[in-house]
Design a protein around this ligand. Structure first.
Ligand code: THU
Length: 159
C-alpha cells in the first residue's frame, strides 16, 4: 500500500505583525461583522475580498427564516466581486466573526461550500487566493483555497 501525504503550511501571527494591506483587509472583515444579519445563529461573520486591481469587496452573512436560503459572508463578498468585476482575479480574502459581542478567539474558517466556491476562482484565473483568518489569539495566513480543500473537485473531469 502506498501513502499520499498532503501538507498544509499555515503561517500564524499577531494582527499587528501583518503587512499593511493584509491588516487593512482583516480590519475591514472585522468591521463587516457589524452588517451581518444573523438573528438565528447570532454568529456574525464579515469578509473582505481583495482583487488584483486592489479593489475590495465586502460581505457579511445574511440569514433567513428558511435556513438554507441564507448565505455566508465569504460568498456574499465573492459573488458581489465576480458580478461587478468579472475580469479581476481575487487575490486575498479575510474573514472574521463575532458572537455575543466578542470576536472569536480561534481564527474562523470558511465552510466547505465557500471553499468550493472560491476554489473555482483559483482555477478560473489560475491564481491562488490567500486566506486570512482572524481570531483574537492571532491570524492564520493560508497560502491558497486549494490548500484548505485538498483532493478538490474542480470540474476538470466534466465532459
Ligand atoms: N458562516 C459564515 O458566514 N462564514 C463562515 O465561515 C462560517 C459560517 C455563517 C453562516 C451562518 O449564517 C452562521 O455563520 C452560522 O453558521
Amino acid at each position: 500500500m502506498k501513502e499520499l501525504n498532503i501538507n498544509l503550511k499555515i503561517q500564524f501571527c499577531d494582527l499587528n505583525e501583518l503587512p499593511k494591506e493584509d491588516l487593512e483587509l482583516v480590519e475591514t472583515a472585522k468591521e463587516m461583522t457589524l452588517s451581518s444579519y444573523a438573528p438565528y445563529s447570532r454568529f456574525q461573520v464579515g469578509a473582505a475580498l481583495r482583487l488584483a486591481d486592489g479593489r475590495v469587496f465586502r460581505g457579511s452573512n445574511q440569514e433567513n427564516a428558511v435556513f438554507p436560503v441564507g448565505l455566508c459572508a465569504e460568498r456574499t463578498a465573492f459573488f458581489a466581486a465576480q458580478a461587478n468585476a468579472p475580469e479581476q482575479p481575487p487575490v486575498c480574502i479575510a474573514i472574521a466573526a463575532q458572537t455575543a459581542g466578542r470576536f472569536t478567539e480561534h481564527p474562523v474558517t470558511p465552510c466547505g461550500s465557500c471553499r468550493q466556491a472560491l476554489l473555482e476562482a483559483e482555477v478560473r484565473y489560475d491564481q491562488p487566493i490567500r486566506v486570512l483568518l482572524f481570531g483574537t489569539e492571532g491570524v492564520y495566513i493560508v497560502p491558497s483555497v486549494k490548500s484548505l480543500l485538498p483532493l478538490t473537485f474542480d470540474g476538470s473531469e466534466l465532459a
